[in-house]
Design a protein around this ligand. Structure first.
Ligand code: 5GP
Length: 183
């Protein structure tokens, strides 16, 4: 019997071991860069949940945790980069050091909106960590990913938090979906 983890429609792009090793490196770098500070890690739901839970355990600092959920408007409005905040932070962030934790940056529209929104609340600093960077479809060219796990090709990927119609977030690896119509 083929299991979901061995789905023939998946081509493994990043193994669990590769992800694990890179997440450790990112956590170590953040630990060094934020020494003596107490950043707030802001996970963007739902895709970043797996990455965030692994990453936070590699950050050897006093951190606190927040979540935001956003939804993009329809295609027509996408170029405006406007997103709707579905779930906002539970705390004020004035004077705080914020690290936004995202699964993947694609066009960059969602993140550029979110980072500007957080900065406008008077944060001391706002940085971005994204597990994946898909540079090809980028619209917001100036978006800076401060901590990036891996660059990936312009293909639809799932696993390790990333979904296709809400499925496959639980895959321990990241895979390219060979035929998205079958996903
Ligand atoms: P952006 O505003 O950068 O275009 O959108 C980023 C969001 O699009 C990600 O948080 C993710 O939800 C979704 N996304 C972009 N590329 C992929 C992909 O290859 N696979 C999945 N599952 N989601 C993606």
């Amino acid at each position: 019997m083929t299991t979901e983890f061995e789905n023939p429609n998946f081509e493994t792009l990043l193994s669990a071991a590769q992800i694990n090793a890179r997440v450790k490196e990112l956590g170590t770098q953040i630990t060094i860069d934020y020494a003596g500070r107490e950043p707030i890690l802001i996970g963007i739901l739902k895709g970043a949940c797996v990455f965030l839970s692994d990453l936070m355990r590699e950050v050897n600092l006093k951190v606190s945790l927040e979540f935001m959920a956003v939804s993009s408007y329809g295609k027509a409005q996408k170029s405006s980069g406007e997103v709707r905040i579905i779930k906002d932070l539970d705390v004020a962030v004035e004077g705080k050091d914020l690290i936004v934790v995202e699964d993947i940056v694609d066009t960059g529209l969602t993140l550029s909106y979110l980072l500007a929104n957080l900065q406008s609340r008077g944060a001391n600093s706002v940085k971005l960590v994204s597990l994946l960077d898909k540079p090809e479809p980028r619209i917001v060219k100036e978006l800076k990913i401060d901590y990036c796990g891996f660059q990936v090709p312009n293909k639809f990927v799932v696993g390790y938090g990333l979904d296709a119609a809400e499925r496959y977030r639980n895959l321990p690896f990241i895979a390219i979906v060979k035929n998205p119509a079958l996903a």
